[in-house]
Design a protein around this ligand. Structure first.
Ligand code: GAF
Length: 386
């Protein structure tokens, strides 16, 4: 709230115009179901108490004035005829304006000052939060009448086109649709979803930030997606169009047609098929209140991501290895796209302080880096604050 007031005052000072609209758009965690979204599988994310905050207001001309408060950088352009920006971050806003225009919406000039509490590069989806902020704010500002699901798809398309990463829909969906105290079980094929109250009395969701973000992340992400699609194409040769994505594939099919001939594709596809099943089984664990069983599946997920899907990195593996034997930890795994960022851990509240101390000391001793540790709460999705 303090940050939002600050952004609002800065807005008035800088633009001397009518009060802007204020937006809060959260980052996300994902309990289990990694790299399943673009394979039309299931995910189990939630919006959290780390967010992008923005003050946004319209202008009388066709200009765009953006200020990234945390970076102390500005972008200026016009609403017609902009292209991708070399600066990086403006693309998250420009990409969404581009999508709105492609869909035939008239967007006028506007100002936007934003800042946030989502650590950049930590894998909590600051990018999706910023894209959602833009779509949500412009929808309000120019009365565009767009529903949330369309805004989510626009955020995703913006990232594909203006940022160049072929992300799935999970991050923008969780950021937009989050509900306090709940995770979302999302079917990424039908986009049907259900809010799942988390029956985790006395257990906290803790993110351990490795403080590394390896540059391979985007290129390897696109490569993994292509590998999954290549696996699907081979199986279509045997089973026809009944196989639309890895969602339709079983381990038996993979064992029969990929194991010996395409060992790399086999490992990638097998991970996805198994992870999807882990999510479905894990969801049942949570419904029964069996967090310990769920936690074991988180370790399975990490193992698969590290050994079969190969999107982990030494720092993430070290973080999970430190957490695993620790008293009071029910489960841990890398979270998000990989190659850096955070692990997600389920930790007994009574053991929280000790856990934080152990992670800090041991991670520092093993890597020379100081980890950041965040204890999260689950919050509502993108919304207007004023
Ligand atoms: C990134 C992507 F943006 C998501 O769509 C998802 O694929 C995730 O990596 C891996 O589960 O956060």
């Amino acid at each position: 709230m303090e940050l939002l007031n600050q952004l609002s005052s800065l807005y008035q000072e800088r633009f001397q115009s009518t009060p802007p609209i204020l937006i809060c758009s959260p980052g996300r965690v994902n309990l289990i179901g990694e790299h399943t979204d673009y394979n039309e599988g299931f995910v189990l994310p939630a919006a959290i108490d780390k967010a992008i905050y923005a003050a946004v207001g319209s202008r009388n001309d066709n200009q765009l004035h953006f200020i990234a408060h945390d970076l102390n950088e500005t972008y200026e352009g016009t609403v017609d005829g902009f292209t991708r920006s070399e600066q990086g971050w403006p693309n998250y806003l420009l990409g969404v304006i581009d999508q709105l225009q492609l869909a035939g919406h008239r967007v006028g000039g506007f100002n936007c000052i934003f800042g946030g509490t989502i650590p950049i590069g930590s894998g909590m989806s600051s990018s999706a939060a910023l894209e959602n902020t833009t779509g949500f704010a412009l929808n309000e500002l120019f009365n565009l009448g767009i529903d949330k699901m369309t805004l989510i798809k626009m955020s995703q398309a913006a990232e594909h086109k203006f940022v160049g990463v072929k992300v799935g829909i999970m991050d923008m969906f969780a950021s937009m649709m989050g509900k306090a105290g709940h995770a979302i079980k999302l079917d990424c094929r039908s986009l049907d979803y259900a809010y799942a109250p988390l029956r985790m009395e006395g257990i906290r969701i803790v993110l351990c930030d490795t403080r590394v973000s390896h540059s391979l992340a985007s290129s390897e992400y696109n490569t993994r997606r292509a590998e999954c699609e290549a696996g699907v194409r081979i199986l279509q040769g045997f089973y026809g169009e009944s196989i639309r994505s890895l969602r339709d594939v079983t381990m038996e099919m993979l064992d029969k047609h990929l194991k010996d001939t395409e060992p790399l594709l086999y490992r990638r596809c097998a991970y996805v098929v198994q992870e999807n099943q882990r999510l479905l089984d894990g969801y049942e664990d949570l419904e029964r209140g069996d967090v310990a069983a769920f936690g074991q599946r988180m370790y399975g997920s990490h193992e698969g991501l590290s050994k079969m899907y190969e999107v982990s990195c030494p720092e993430l593996d070290i973080m999970v290895d430190i957490a695993r034997p620790h008293h009071g930890v029910l489960g841990a795994r890398m979270m998000g796209g990989g190659f850096g960022g955070c692990t997600i851990n389920l930790v007994q509240e009574a053991d929280l302080a000790h856990f934080q101390q152990t992670i800090t000391e041991q991670y520092q001793a093993k890597t020379g880096k100081e980890p950041f540790i965040y204890v999260c709460t689950l919050e509502d999705g993108t919304h207007r604050v004023n």
